[in-house]
Write a protein that binds this ligand. Structure first.
Ligand code: SAH
Length: 248
């Protein structure tokens, strides 16, 4: 159960059936299942099926309608994806904000995420049927994503936001790590040992310490070594001591 049953992806007047198949695939990867096609140029299509791979079920169930008004007739929240900002400023969302808004509202409203034509995007009239616009930040040199890539980014943001709500993402380091962190006591012993060795090899002068030990503390503090890494470093220090004490 992914919790996206109330969300539909709407593709307006798509020219290339391959893009429709690739959008279905992106949707299924991210756990969405409802696809509405507004006046597609070439559908049903073997090319779409080829690109959909294991998401053919989404194509089979796709609804085909004549215009965007029909596509969003049952929706309480409509978000249109657009690479450009238009003449009349419209409420804008980032992909992350759009995901949060959808998750907040999907229990009470059916939601449409609307994507435009490959060549000309969504018309001003279509954009004005949306409550919000969402723009995917890109390089300024080339702002227009492939249709299926845009669908993927928006659907991935939804999934990421949903996983964060469920407490599954992001996994923090401590959930992934195999070894426990070095304790404060182990860390103190390590620094005493390190300082001893640095003095013994004439790298560190305790009468003129400058900020060496503080900087090393900051370095290792950032890394937050685990107990095994600490043991390895202690082993190296011990061997260094052994070799400098050894008679020639
Ligand atoms: N040349 C068209 C872009 C078409 S790309 C234009 O300038 O509008 C096809 C669709 O992908 C767009 O209509 C939009 O829904 C989506 N898309 C592409 N790039 C996007 C971006 N940077 N942000 C949001 N949506 C984008």
């Amino acid at each position: 159960m992914t919790g996206f049953d109330n969300i539909k992806i709407v593709l307006v007047n798509t020219s290339h059936p391959g893009n429709i198949g690739a959008c279905a695939r992106a949707m299924k990867n991210m756990g969405l299942s409802e696809l509405t096609l507004v006046n597609p140029e070439d559908f049903p299509s073997g090319v779409a099926v080829g690109r959909a791979v294991s998401s053919i079920d989404i194509l089979d169930r796709a609804r085909v309608v004549e215009n965007l008004v029909d596509a969003v007739a049952d929706c309480g929240l409509v978000i249109g994806a657009s690479a450009r900002s238009r003449r009349i400023p419209w409420p804008m969302l980032t992909p992350g904000q759009s995901a949060n808004k959808v998750l907040e509202e999907q229990d009470n409203n059916k939601v449409a995420l609307v994507f435009g034509r490959e060549d000309s995007g969504l018309s001003n009239e279509e954009l004005q049927q949306c409550n919000f616009h969402v723009q995917i930040p890109t390089s300024e040199e080339y702002t227009s994503l492939n249709l299926a890539a845009a669908v993927m980014v928006i659907c991935y943001e939804l999934r990421k936001a949903w996983l964060a709500l469920e407490g599954e993402f992001p996994l923090d380091d401590d959930q992934l790590w195999d070894i426990e962190r070095a304790t404060g006591e182990q860390v103190e012993h390590f620094f005493e040992h390190l300082e001893r060795v640095l003095i013994a090899i004439d790298f560190h002068d305790p009468d003129n310490p400058r900020q060496l030990m503080s900087r090393l503390r900051r370095l290792f503090g950032r890394v937050r070594m685990d107990a095994m890494e600490m043991n390895i470093l202690r082993g190296i220090l011990t061997n260094v001591e052994y070799h400098i004490k050894k008679p020639e």
